[in-house]
Structures are given as structure tokens and as C-alpha cells.
Design a protein around this ligand. Structure first.
Ligand SMILES: Cc1ncc(COP(=O)(O)O)c(C=O)c1O
Length: 357
């Protein structure tokens, strides 16, 4: 039994100010060829790669709630950090500029992802973001590299010149910096509602959601949405970087903070946060043959491009789970395409190496 109706939940979400940045609802479509090739389960895709801000992706949904908070706090600069090819940073730069706020990005490069003007870094440059580059750690998502000291220094630099910085933690996920509510996750509670309404209108009874999970708020928001509206949809987060013990706690914290912010009295247990970490393989952002082949397979069968760091890995997981019989043949599985496609380009060498015949 659902705890709330859809309109009651929408009402709670609407208490948080929102600025329109995306084309929504994003398409919810059946992947006919892919489903047929596995002979079940039936695979659907929620096309959050088509949100439309810059090159699209899940972060623009989060920014619809984060930008009003920054405007409300009279920010001149939005300061955030992540890896050099970060989708989060690109979409933050596009959203901030659109609302007259200067983006300042602390980006961590590695041998795998150097600071070449390619992919998202090229787009950050086009968007005239204030880009600062630092050395990162191979195979580690920047969440695991301590960026706080460097961010403090940059925030002081901004203040010294008389500007007001708004600091958002990586991915717009954990509460921290200038963000006092889990605004990123709240946007994904709304995305869950959007998907559920689309599924209902197509008479699709969803059993599972599969998504790439990195800093936590996309999964946390979907978990809260599923719990509040329809307890039986399972949300499988495919971790792209962190091990499930520690990462599961982060996602749980964000989910609990989200329920609290929406004034929803629910207990979310550790068991309800399902993280699969066996697909991280060589580490964050390290390409392998399986990811390359999953990207090619979805491109050929559906004409849809996945990305090397997130959705490509989640697709490897989805295909492997199907082959292992994790789902029933008649199950309906929704794959959330969370974007990231500009990052195909900086990975061109590995993609070509793994895919050439
Ligand atoms: C393309 C893409 N998919 C998925 C994710 C994961 O989303 P979250 O950080 O909310 O876990 C990210 C960002 O980290 C991303 O850029």
C-alpha cells in the first residue's frame, strides 16, 4: 500500500523552489530489440540523457532545485568539484551561467583522464567556467579524494574579491557546503513520480529500476519515491566507484535526509539500499572490453549512446544479471539513462582498441 498519493507527494516536493532547466517529462520507452535479444525481462529506458541542458543528464534535474537555493542565497559564484570529465561540473556550469552565476570548478585529472580540451572539459571551456585543475588518483572517484581543503581555499579567494560563493558538494548529493537540504535527491523523488506516471499510462507495472550510482542522490531519491508510492519496485544501484559497505551508508543517509526534508515519516533500512559493487572492476572511469561492448550493443540495437563511466557500467551489470537469471522473464525493468555521453570522446582510444576487430 502506498503511503502517499502521487498528488500528496508532488505537493511536498513543490514546497522546494524550482527553476526550469530541463525538458520534462523525459521519454520513457520500451527497448524492443534489447528485450527481444534476451527474451525477457522487458527492458524500458528512462531517458534522462535527454534532459536537454548542455548535453543532458541526471544532474540537470538536481540543478533545477539547487539553482534557486543559490539565487536565494545571493550567490555570485557556484563552486564545486569532481573529476576532469565530470558531467556534474559541466551541467553546473551550464545552469549557473544561464542564471548569471559564475561557475568555478575544481577538477581532478589522472593519466586515464588528462586535462585535454575534449568531452566535458571542452564544454566547460566553451561555457567560460573558471577551471582549476589538480592531480587526482587513478581509478578513484573524486569523492574519495579529499577536496575540502582546496575548496576552502577557493571559497576564500572568491570572498576576498568581494563575491559570494555557493559551495555544492560533488554530484549535488550529500548535504554540505552551502546546501542544507538534499536538493539533488528531492529532484529524483520527483523523477520517480514522473516515471511512475508514464509507466502507468503505458500500463507497465515496473518491478525493478537499474541505474549507475556514483555520489548517491539519484538512487536515494528513487528509493524514497519507490518506498512512499509503491513499495514493491526495487532500485538496483550499480556502484561505479565505491564499495557497497561504505557507499550504502552514504545512500541511506541521503535517503533518510530526503524523507525528513519532505516531512515524510518513514524508516528506510540498510537492506532497502541495494548496491551492487562487483561491476566497478578496475576502478572508477577505467574502461574495459565489457563496457565497450555494452556501449556498442545498445548503440546497435537501439540507436542510443551510453557513456563509458556510468551507464556503460550499469548496462554491463544489467546484462550480466539477466544472463544469471536474476530477473523473471516477465519482469519489467527500467534502466535509467543518466547521461554522460560527451565523455565517449575523451575515451576514443580505449573504445577503438577494445572494439576494433
Ligand atoms: C552520467 C552519470 N550517471 C550517473 C551518475 C550517478 O549519479 P549520482 O551521483 O547521483 O549517484 C552520474 C554522476 O555521478 C553521472 O554523471
Amino acid at each position: 500500500m502506498a503511503m502517499f498519493t502521487i498528488s500528496e507527494l508532488k505537493e511536498r516536493i513543490s514546497q522546494f523552489p524550482k527553476k526550469r532547466l530541463i525538458n520534462s517529462p523525459t521519454p520513457f520507452q520500451k527497448l524492443e530489440n534489447l528485450s527481444r535479444s534476451f527474451e525477457g525481462p522487458v527492458i524500458y529506458m528512462k531517458r534522462d540523457d535527454l534532459t536537454g541542458l548542455a548535453f543532458g543528464g541526471n544532474k540537470s534535474r538536481k540543478l533545477e532545485f539547487i539553482i534557486p537555493d543559490a539565487l536565494n542565497k545571493k550567490a555570485d559564484v557556484i563552486l564545486t568539484w569532481a573529476s576532469v570529465q565530470s558531467n556534474w561540473c559541466l551541467q553546473t556550469a551550464a545552469a549557473a551561467q544561464k542564471f548569471g552565476i559564475k561557475p568555478m570548478l575544481l577538477l581532478f585529472k589522472t593519466d586515464e583522464l588528462p586535462d585535454e580540451h575534449d568531452g566535458n572539459l571542452l564544454l566547460d571551456f566553451i561555457l567560460d567556467a573558471d577551471i582549476r585543475i589538480k592531480e587526482g588518483e587513478k581509478g578513484k572517484v573524486v569523492k574519495e579524494v579529499n577536496a575540502y581543503e582546496a575548496i576552502e581555499e577557493l571559497a576564500s579567494e572568491v570572498k576576498e574579491r568581494g563575491d559570494n560563493p555557493y559551495v555544492v558538494p560533488i554530484g549535488g548529493s550529500m548535504i554540505g557546503g552551502s546546501m542544507e537540504s538534499p536538493l539533488g535527491a528531492i529532484s529524483y523523488v520527483a523523477a520517480f513520480v514522473e516515471m511512475l506516471e508514464q509507466a502507468k499510462s503505458q500500463q507497465v507495472d515496473v518491478d525493478y529500476i537499474v541505474l549507475a550510482s556514483g555520489s548517491g542522490s539519484t538512487q536515494a531519491g528513487l528509493i524514497v519515491g519507490a518506498k512512499v508510492l509503491k513499495d514493491n519496485i526495487k532500485v538496483l544501484g550499480i556502484s561505479v566507484s565505491a564499495e557497497k559497505e561504505s557507499y550504502g551508508k552514504d545512500v541511506l543517509t541521503i535517503a533518510q535526509d530526503t524523507a525528513k526534508a519532505l516531512q515524510i515519516d518513514i524508516e528506510i533500512s540498510e537492506e532497502e539500499v541495494i548496491i551492487l559493487d562487483e561491476y566497478i572492476k578496475e576502478g572508477y572511469g577505467i574502461m574495459n572490453k565489457e563496457v565497450s561492448e555494452a556501449i556498442r550493443s545498445v548503440a546497435i540495437k537501439e540507436g542510443i549512446m551510453l557513456d563509458p563511466c556510468y551507464t556503460g557500467k550499469a548496462a554491463v551489470a544489467l546484462f550480466d544479471l539477466i544472463r544469471k537469471g536474476y530477473f523473471k522473464k516477465e519482469d519489467k525493468v527500467v534502466f535509467f539513462h543518466t547521461g554522460g555521453t560527451p565523455v565517449l570522446f575523451p575515451y576514443k582510444k580505449s573504445l577503438v582498441n577494445f572494439l576494433k576487430r
